[in-house]
Ligand binder design. Structure first.
Ligand code: BES
Ligand code: ZN
Ligand code: ZN
Length: 426
């Protein structure tokens, strides 16, 4: 038995944590099978199908374990082979339909976590691109990949400049899902994919570099989301774009003081090579805006330490000047469990990224502080007039505390959110 708290204040998040505790207890007692009697869906004001989806999603997420590098088999946690869920018989069909969807979502979340947890020398940009290609083939998605030479040729100077210091070529990967529904909207998800962020020549201190294999969490979320979407088949076309690069110092690396030209012709002064996420996203955003003209663009990135300081591990930062889009994302955040908190993207902050020598500068002037927002203003130069929202997951992607369904390491943040957005798009 696990309590859900006072009935008047019950939330779906309390239910998620209770389920995770149940799962953990069963696993601690080395159970191979467990049966859980569930509360009624009405307690959370959810439909049976939705309740089934939420339940399966969280049980699947709780079961994930990153154990492939343990040589001691005792450290590989025992998993429940079978879970029986008790719901009333009249609800069974709808609940089961939801469980099938929840299983797909959990698998995608865990895949994103697995890529994040995989050591950075194993998961390089070409390697992550291969995973995306395999998914496209298996699930029937359209797949496009540009390697470093093509990226340079196309004039994607931001992505090319970040990849230059590394021996592993940078990549741009695009996955496309087309809905059978006629005249449907098209949305684009763009995910930051820095497979390791050393800071480049503006080298990070050792303690800050320790977890920087997490810096491809946005790309992981987008690729995994595309795999879930290919199976869930929502009524909206979805394009997933991931600029992939490794940010390293070397004799070839770009330098503070360099100026780069992006795909849309704009230029930026690089004052700090550690503000690389916005440089790779700029080209990806400009590319998707020009070639797909989607009805909305949502980017997701471990972009700034400032956002992690502002919101901590429980809310991702949401920045947008489009209220309708922002409100839809807030709703999906609460409903999916990947919660977001909106920060003000007002034009007051725009002056922070002025440059004396180029169109804009890749770091904000310290007078303005608000590093998460000034970074969003940088991205805004590359989306044109298309409704756009930016998600900063620097605080929520890795080592999130106090959530019993997570462990140390990647959280797969963004997958549940982006899937929910696509499922509820109209
Ligand atoms: N990848 C980091 C942001 C980050 C920090 C992600 C902590 C996850 C946890 C990003 O590329 C970065 O280094 N940003 C700089 C920007 C600054 C130089 C303007 C930062 O936040 O310090
Ligand atoms: Zn950085
Ligand atoms: Zn980074």
């Amino acid at each position: 038995m696990v309590g859900l708290g006072a009935q008047k204040k019950i939330t779906i998040e309390a239910y998620r944590r209770a389920l995770a505790h149940l799962y953990r207890q069963a696993a601690v007692h080395k159970a191979k099978k467990a049966a859980f009697s569930l509360p009624p869906a009405s307690l959370f004001k959810l439909s049976q199908e939705d309740f089934g989806q939420q339940t399966a999603t969280i049980l699947g997420i709780t079961s994930y374990d990153f154990n492939e590098f343990f040589s001691d088999t005792k450290r590989k946690k025992i998993e429940l082979a079978q879970i029986a869920l008790g719901v009333s018989s009249k609800d069974k069909a709808a609940f089961e339909k939801g469980v099938k969807k929840g299983d797909i979502i959990a698998e995608a979340v865990n895949k994103a976590r697995h890529w994040v947890n995989t050591p950075p020398s194993h998961l390089t940009p070409p390697e992550l691109a291969k995973h995306a290609q395999a998914i496209a083939k298996k699930r029937g998605l359209k797949f496009t990949q540009f390697g470093e030479a093509e990226i340079i040729k196309k004039g994607m100077g931001g992505l090319a400049s970040v990849g230059r210091g590394s021996d592993n070529d940078c990549q741009l990967v695009i996955l496309e899902y087309k809905t059978p529904k006629k005249n449907a909207d098209t949305i684009a998800f763009v995910g930051k994919g820095i497979t390791f962020d050393s800071g480049g020549l503006s080298l990070k201190p050792a303690a800050h570099m320790e977890t920087m294999k997490e810096d491809m969490s946005g790309a992981a979320a987008v690729i995994a989301t595309m795999e879930a979407i290919a199976q869930l088949k929502p009524d909206v076309n979805v394009i997933g774009v991931t600029p992939l690069a490794e940010n390293l110092p070397s004799g070839k690396a770009s330098k503070p003081g360099d100026i780069v030209r992006f795909y849309n012709g704009k230029t930026a002064e690089i004052k700090n090579t550690d503000a690389e996420g916005r440089l790779v996203l700029a080209d990806a955003l400009a590319y998707v805006a020009k070639h797909y003209k989607p009805d909305a663009i949502i980017d997701i990135a471990t972009l700034t330490g400032a956002c992690a300081y502002a919101l901590g591990p429980f809310y991702s930062g949401l920045m947008s000047q489009h209220d309708d889009l922002a409100e839809l994302i807030e709703e999906s955040g609460d409903h999916s469990g990947d919660q977001v908190w909106r920060l003000p993207l007002s034009d007051d902050y725009k002056a922070a990224i002025k440059s004396d020598v180029a169109d804009i500068c890749n770091i904000g002037n310290q007078k303005y502080m608000a590093g998460a927002i000034t970074a969003a203003h940088f991205l805004k130069y590359f989306v044109g007039d298309i409704p756009w929202a930016h998600l900063d997951i620097a605080g929520t992607a890795f080592n999130v505390t106090d959530r019993p369904y997570f462990k140390t390491g990647g959280t797969g943040v963004g997958v549940r959110l982006l899937v929910d957005i696509a499922q509820h798009w109209q």
